[in-house]
Design a binder for this molecule. Structure first.
Ligand code: SF4
Length: 366
């Protein structure tokens, strides 16, 4: 992989329907709004044209798969005209089962997409309905099968913590996904945000997510199952067979440079971050906020990102940045209790403590 190459993220904020738990920058829109957005997005890509090579592209959302083949084609062609995309660049598109069609899959393939990430979340009809997803078990299975016909590299997302979904249920979903040839599974904990429909349903006692203890138990069962099947937990929430790790996400976790295009997208270059506006009106005005990371913020990022994934943290790198982690008051205890491992100067968090990572990592910060 070429050193100093960029990653590119493109945000498509539109969804056919808002899921009950969703707090992402996503909403329903009419076809004219979508057309206008694509125009603005392509203008932004042209404006930020540069000659650095690009190693990964990720079209996320929202639901990029609701775009018509011609609309995706326009965005991708603009991108390829303005950037030098390397030969074996990883190119992912996010898709929801109900909007995947054979025509779209063929178009994506012709545009050099080589990885599809499918928002499955659950494979239980009752559960999918309760969280406001548009697909059911049958559709998810059919569409993953169809996607696999054209793409070897398919990822699926699952949510842990949904009402009545035990570890056993999750293992059953994982079994079905792996049988279909899915190579990467992201497992996210259900998070309840205010102003979401699920928050209201919980308050009205109409929805009962798992308790924290039940969620951890379910996650651990799923994690053990996936590892038994030969996957590696290469980041707290991500499992992959060897060679199918998300290169795009690895670039984020290694603090590589990236450009983000679209509503609310972030960019990172060296120590500088850029944030695109989060409303359509302000995005169309081209409003971008910038900030330079302070050295302590950089150290915190290196530790947080490194300990969340298999790559770990280089103690000498952090020391060179001005912080000796070995002098932290928790360091020796964590090492002796095997919560942390140190090998050849690389510090890693023992995966069996991943569920406590927030506390452990915050104790280790300067
Ligand atoms: S499909 Fe994804 S982005 Fe869209 S509303 Fe549902 S969770 Fe949010």
């Amino acid at each position: 992989m070429i050193k100093d190459a960029l990653s590119i993220y493109i945000h498509i904020p539109f969804c056919k329907q808002k899921c009950n738990y969703c707090a992402f920058a996503s909403f329903c829109a009419n076809s004219q709004t979508i057309e206008n957005y694509i125009e603005t997005l392509c203008d932004e890509i042209k404006r930020r044209k540069c000659n650095k090579p690009v190693k990964t592209i990720y079209i996320g959302g929202g639901t990029p798969s609701i775009l018509e083949p011609k609309q995706i084609e326009k965005i991708v062609k603009t991108l390829f005209d303005c950037f030098d995309i390397i030969e074996d660049a990883e190119f992912t598109i996010e898709a929801n089962p109900n909007s995947i069609t054979e025509e779209k899959l063929l178009m994506w393939k012709s545009l050099r997409v080589n990885r599809v990430s499918v928002g499955v979340q659950s494979l239980k009809d009752k559960s999918l309905k309760k969280i406001g997803r548009l697909h059911d078990h049958k559709t998810a299975i059919e569409k993953i099968k169809l996607t696999r016909k054209y793409f070897a590299n398919v990822s699926a997302d699952l949510i842990v913590g949904l009402e009545d979904e035990t570890g056993k249920d999750l293992c059953k979903y994982a079994y079905e996904l792996l049988s279909l040839g899915v190579k990467h599974i992201s497992c996210y904990l259900l998070e309840i945000y205010e102003d979401t429909r699920i928050h209201k349903l919980i308050a009205e006692k109409k929805y009962k997510p798992l308790t924290d203890e039940q969620t951890i138990e379910a996650f651990n069962k799923l994690s053990t199952y996936l590892i038994d099947k030969g996957m590696e937990r290469y980041e707290i929430s991500n499992f992959a067979f060897e060679g199918f790790e998300s290169k795009h996400n690895l670039n984020y976790w290694q603090r590589g440079d990236y450009f983000g295009f679209g509503l609310g997208a972030h960019s990172f270059e060296g120590t500088r971050r850029y944030y695109n506006a989060e409303t359509l009106e302000e995005y169309e005005l081209g409003i971008i906020q910038e900030e330079d990371l302070q050295s302590n913020e950089e150290i915190e990022e290196v530790i947080m990102l490194g300990l969340r994934c298999r790559l770990g943290v280089s103690l000498s790198k952090v020391k060179d940045m001005g912080y000796d982690m070995t002098k932290n008051k928790y360091y020796n205890d964590y090492i002796s209790q095997e919560i942390l491992y140190e090998e050849d100067g690389i510090l890693s968090l023992n995966p069996i403590y991943y569920h406590l990572s927030n506390t452990i990592i915050s104790n280790l910060l300067p």
